[in-house]
Ligand binder design. Structure first.
Ligand code: BT5
Length: 329
């Protein structure tokens, strides 16, 4: 109902829509309309009411309510069910809790703030309130567990495409799960799954985008390697539109990917978005560090690295950490 009232109010920007019109449109009484309007006001919507004229929407809150994002979406699966939280420990944690009960394929969880946002291997992810996009997509893909990491690629491409179309800038993918802009990290992706040898029970993709973070939001150790879209572009990003675009782009890519569990169709796009190919890299794993040159990526999403002794190795994400030698990328 809220969604319908908001849609009606938004379609009549700068104009009043009468209580009677709203009640006819929505099939509820005028008193019910009045109650919904009051609820919306309590949520931060600025709505003018005039006795004879009706209601006029003056301002919407920045809050990422599903009904604020949906008007910009055109998906059939991803985000058909969006659950918004003011605050959470982590959207990926919440997704796991929900998955233990039951969930609709394509459900998206969004938090305005994460108290314990997570990166890979228990690392911390800074997620201040009202400044970023902290979301998790919950999926039930019918693919083999070995192909699951390719969904990180799909998500990364969706973010790059969405940033291109909304912010008109070209971001790049730092293998395997970072998006960088001007050499600094603006987004991280955390894909996790619950699977058996031959099947995935559920898979969750957490995406964190530093949309409108200010310098003070990142601690000093991060300042030389992380940034936000706002800081790089000198203007604030509309998080709702960017979220909708990420979900739209993800669905298009996911739809193609899921048929054969291959990234073949977007392999060239993936390679040309790579910030890692052509860089000197340091591979770090439990055994130690290896210096090499990132020559290419293969269709499995592995990084092909020429070691200093001239041999080529295929590096699988999750096995090693890749660091740039001359800076973050
Ligand atoms: C990642 O891990 O980059 C995955 C981050 C995923 C975050 C999303 S937000 C929604 C969902 N819910 C969650 O709890 N998580 C996901 P990794 O590659 O391990 O990078 C982590 C490292 O990035 C940290 O150790 C810091 O060095 C750095 N970092 C932390 N917060 C950052 C931020 N906001 N922006 C840029 N870098 C950050």
């Amino acid at each position: 109902m809220k969604k319908d009232i908001i849609r009606a109010l938004k379609q009549n920007v700068n104009r009043y829509i009468s209580g009677e019109q709203l009640s006819e449109l929505l099939g509820v009484s005028r008193t019910a309309v009045w109650k919904w309007i009051n609820q919306l006001k309590a949520e931060g919507y600025v709505i003018e009411s005039q006795t004879k004229l009706g209601y006029r929407l003056v301002e919407s809150p920045e809050t990422l309510f599903s009904y604020e994002i949906e008007p910009y979406m055109n998906t059939k699966l991803i985000g058909k069910h969006i659950i918004y939280f003011d605050t959470l420990d982590s959207t990926n944690n919440e997704a796991k809790r929900l998955a233990e009960k039951s969930f609709e394929d394509g459900t998206v969880l969004i938090a305005d703030e994460q108290q314990s946002g997570r990166g890979r291997l228990g690392r911390n992810w800074v997620s201040p309130k009202g400044k970023g996009i902290w979301l998790t997509m919950m999926l039930k893909p019918q693919i083999a567990p070995k192909d699951a990491s390719k969904l990180t690629i799909i998500a990364a491409l969706a973010v790059v495409r969405a940033i291109r179309s909304i912010c008109k800038v070209e971001s790049q993918i730092k293998w395997p799960n970072d998006i960088v802009l001007n050499g600094k990290k603006i987004c991280g992706i955390l894909t996790e799954m619950n699977a058996e040898m031959d099947g995935i029970h559920y898979l969750i993709i957490g995406i964190g985008v530093n949309a409108n973070l200010d310098e003070g939001d990142l601690d000093e150790t991060l300042l030389d390697k992380a940034t936000s879209l706002k800081a790089e572009m000198n203007s604030k990003v509309d998080r709702k539109v960017l979220i909708a675009n990420i979900l739209n782009e993800f669905e298009i890519l996911y739809h193609d990917f899921i048929k054969e569990a291959t990234i073949e169709k977007f392999f060239e796009e993936y390679k040309s978005s790579s910030a890692t190919i052509g860089q000197q890299v340091k591979l770090v794993d439990r055994k130690g560090e290896t210096i090499g040159f990132a020559e290419d990526l293969n269709i499995e999403g592995q990084l092909i690295v020429r070691k200093e002794d001239g041999t080529l190795i295929e590096v699988t994400s999750g096995e090693v950490s890749v660091r740039g030698i001359y800076g973050y990328v």
